[in-house]
Design a protein around this ligand. Structure first.
Ligand SMILES: [Zn+2]
Length: 244
């Protein structure tokens, strides 16, 4: 039988807030979630070795759920296992970043193109709400919250296309592959970069409001491509990948 811990938890992610008063988590779940979080928020750095013993002591659990978490994490691509050496956090790479952005563009632009002709007024309002919230947060100088709402605009576009497989691929792409790059971008982004993202979003929203598929797809594409062209971001990724 699996060991279980009884915890009350509120999970808040960029996909919304889920409150479950009682949630049963196995020790494997706890180890997996904890290590995944530390990797994706860059507390454990790209290229770093994960030490079983240290993590076990840290979480107050035995080593076997830690080992199981390593195996699960390997499937996400966040870590890799080297026989007789151990488990290492996958490095960041320019190539991965570019591939991930290309895939993101394919999924988002497709979703917008097939979804937009069927948007109800409520769908447009939902997107507007997230967009306005992002603008408000930016005006208050809270760029982390602004970025969350910006991302919400993107996930809404994917969700509203109503293809569960596309949605699953998109969320995995964001959570496992792109999140570390997003965190990195946030840490160094200037308010100029944020303002500029805001302008792109406004252009995108105007096209959505007009239900102009061609214009909206073009605005979205331009916005997503500009993310992959930020010099400071590319230089930082290069520095990280050189650390291997
Ligand atoms: Zn955006």
């Amino acid at each position: 039988m699996k060991e279980r811990k009884h915890v009350a938890s509120t999970t808040t992610s960029k996909y919304g807030s889920v409150t479950s008063p009682i949630k049963y988590q196995t020790l494997n779940d706890i180890a997996y979630e904890n290590i995944r979080e530390r990797i994706t928020n860059l507390t454990i750095r790209p290229g770093e070795q994960l030490v079983e013993q240290r993590l076990a002591e840290d979480l107050g659990i035995s080593k076997s759920p830690i080992r199981e978490a390593f195996r699960q994490l390997e499937k996400t691509g966040l870590v890799y296992l080297v026989p007789h050496k151990g488990c290492f956090v996958s490095p960041l790479s320019l190539n991965e970043f570019k591939e991930a952005l290309q895939f993101r563009e394919i999924l988002e632009v497709h979703s917008l193109s097939v979804g937009l002709p069927h948007y109800s007024d409520q769908d447009v309002l939902d997107i507007q709400k997230a967009e306005r919230a992002a603008e408000r947060k930016l005006a208050q100088g809270n760029k982390e919250a602004a970025s969350e709402f910006h991302l919400k605009v993107h996930t809404l576009i994917v969700e509203k296309a109503g293809n569960s497989l596309v949605e699953k691929a998109y969320k995995e792409l964001l959570e496992f592959t792109l999140r570390r790059y997003v965190v990195l971008a946030l840490r160094q982004s200037s308010s100029i970069a944020e303002t500029w993202a805001d302008e792109h979003h406004r252009a995108l929203f105007h096209a959505i409001e007009k239900r102009d598929v061609g214009l909206a797809a073009k605005a979205l594409q331009k916005h997503l491509r500009s993310i992959g062209e930020q010099r400071t971001m590319l230089d930082t990724i290069k520095r990280y990948s050189a650390h291997r």
